[in-house]
Write a protein that binds this ligand. Structure first.
Ligand SMILES: [Zn+2]
Length: 312
């Protein structure tokens, strides 16, 4: 796989899946019985072995999420010190993973690339399992596969649209801050929460230096950018957020319409639950199409109505 990537996409940086790396390390520890205490272990000893495994894996996870090269090296030295009697384990960790792949695993390196938070392959595997659910059988012909894939994509598209609509409508209250005046309802709350985390960091007394990891890996402002903006008495603009996170993908002219926004937000318009007024121009209506079950319920109601009506 790695060789194929080098051959086909030589210009692309690729990362190793965090989940697969840690799973492989844990499998190695279990297979080699690295922390075994005795040959025939008592229940307590088994529990102790497992606790030691977990402890080591926590150290590995800590190593992977190091956000600076310094932290990574310090944590690695700590592991090498604390596990110096497990020479083979340390060799395995170095030879199999860290020496060849550290820059594709450790976040201090991996977060230099725009990966939009995809550090593991779970999304692809999730997609694969959904596809398998749709296919149901591996015995179908090409036509069946095409039809099922078509159905899958159509349904996923609808589902995506629905969850995006929901995300757009229901912005968490803590995101309703002046800094986000231009962004609320236009970029996903998921990513606004990430930016909010950076904003909150500004309040901390010992603010760490900004390594711009959020900007580089997710395409959104890191805390130094936010601080600069606040110093200029300005807000964050739509152009500060990578279009990956926009509800509506920008057109070419979008960069020019972002200047001079007021710092004060208008009150949010809350849609009441009352029956929406009927509009003649259907295109501007935000009323959603009825769901399948609603159509069915309506039909059932109509049928019932017919039955109850006296026959002539
Ligand atoms: Zn920065």
């Amino acid at each position: 796989m790695i060789n194929a990537l080098k051959e086909v996409f030589p210009w692309q940086q690729n990362l190793l899946c965090e989940w697969h790396v840690t799973t492989a390390i844990l499998a190695y520890i279990k297979r080699e019985r690295v922390f075994r205490i005795a040959i025939n272990q008592t229940d307590e000893q088994v529990a102790e072995e497992e606790a030691k495994q977990d402890k080591f894996m926590a150290r590995v996870s800590g190593l992977i999420i190091s956000t600076t090269v310094n932290t990574y090296q310090t944590r690695l030295k700590g592991i090498q010190q604390d596990y110096k009697h497990h020479i083979e384990l340390l060799q395995y960790l170095a030879n199999t993973w860290l020496d060849p792949w550290a820059t594709q695993i450790i976040r201090a390196y991996a977060d230099q690339y725009l990966h939009f938070g995809n550090r593991a392959t779970s999304r692809i595997e999730g997609g694969h399992s959904v596809l398998k659910k749709y296919l149901q059988t591996s015995m179908g012909d090409l036509k069946m596969v095409m039809e099922k894939v078509n159905l899958l994509l159509t349904n996923q598209h609808v589902q995506h649209g629905a969850s995006m609509g929901q995300a757009k409508d229901r912005t968490p209250q803590r995101l309703m801050i002046p800094l986000f005046a231009e962004l609320v309802g236009r970029v996903t709350p998921f990513v606004l929460l990430k930016v909010l985390g950076q904003y909150d960091m500004l309040a901390s007394k010992d603010l760490p230096p900004c390594h711009h990891l959020l900007r580089r890996s997710m395409g959104v402002p890191c805390h130094h950018e936010i601080r600069n903006r606040l110093q200029q008495q300005d807000v964050l603009h739509l152009s500060d957020i990578h279009e990956r996170w926009h509800f509506i993908k920008p057109t070419l002219g979008f960069l020019s319409v972002t200047a001079g926004q007021p710092l004060l937000m208008n009150p949010r318009v809350i849609k009441s639950k009352g029956r929406p007024k009927k509009s003649k121009s259907k295109k501007t209506s935000t009323q959603r199409d009825p769901s399948a079950f609603e159509i069915e319920a309506k039909k059932a109601k109509e049928r019932k109505g017919r039955v109850l009506r006296p026959r002539k």
